[in-house]
Design a protein around this ligand. Structure first.
Ligand SMILES: [Zn+2]
Length: 250
């Protein structure tokens, strides 16, 4: 391999068309974090790269360092999560995992833990015994936030430490008790705050064992959305737009 060539295991986060036949692909790589690279001719049917740079693909890729953007010059697909493409109800949830990962992991540092979490997330969502997707996405987002250093504080009141803390402040990124609460908090039921802690702590493959009410899921998704808006300036995700149009988000 020349000095300008390197290889990494990677997950395809998203892509868009470039020129007549190329694709601009964003990958999360184990060795170099999030990178964007060009797959030349990937939209031609006979391209060697076609298929390997589709969404929800895990593989080993070879890159050539370019002046501005790197090129994908080789690939070896390990897993294709085709269930996301075949099941329209599942697709937005798979896309949500990719989008939230891409927003949270920005650096070009080695990212083995985020990669492992996303790969496990795709596997579990496509697996035989599927978890409740709303709860699963909440758990995934909390865990990815923890890896990225953005996780809200859920252990008790941010001010006094009281365990009776059920008011969530998107701005401060944590819970408050009634005595310490500032304005702009969202009221969570006691069960919702406890559920959020369990979602953060439980291994991803155990999330399917957790039970929740529609109200708890609604409170969690609202708190997550406001936290995302405030701290990550994320207002719109394609996956969430799809979910609201499918009306599956609650
Ligand atoms: Zn307090």
């Amino acid at each position: 391999m020349s000095e300008r060539t390197y290889k990494s295991d990677a997950l395809i986060l998203y892509h868009r068309n470039l020129g007549e036949a190329d694709r601009l692909v964003t990958l999360l790589t184990w060795e170099k974090g999030k990178i964007t690279a060009v797959a030349r001719g990937a939209r031609k049917v006979k391209s060697r790269l076609a298929g390997g740079v589709d969404l929800f693909t895990y593989g080993r890729y070879q890159f050539h360092r370019g002046r501005s953007l790197d090129l994908i010059t080789g690939q070896e697909v390990r897993e294709h999560f085709s269930a996301f493409r075949e099941d329209a109800a599942l697709y937005p949830y798979g896309l949500f995992l990719s989008e939230i990962t891409g927003k949270l992991i920005e650096s070009e540092e080695p990212s083995p833990e985020p990669c492992a979490l996303l790969l496990e997330g795709w596997r579990l969502l496509c697996g035989g015994e599927r978890p409740d997707p709303v709860l699963f996405c909440c758990a995934f987002e909390l865990k990815m936030m923890a890896l990225a250093g953005f996780c809200p504080y859920l252990e008790g009141c941010l001010q006094c430490g009281s365990a009776e803390a059920f008011l969530f402040s998107p701005r401060r990124g944590g819970l408050f008790c009634e005595r310490c609460a500032e304005s702009g908090t969202l009221s969570l039921g006691a069960g919702t705050a406890a559920l959020a802690r369990r979602l953060l702590e439980a291994p991803l493959d155990r999330v399917k064992l957790l039970r929740s009410s529609p109200r708890q899921r609604r409170e969690l998704t609202e708190a997550a959305a406001s936290f995302r808006r405030y701290h990550l300036q994320i207002d719109k995700l394609r996956s969430l737009q799809l979910l609201s149009s499918l009306n599956l988000s609650g």
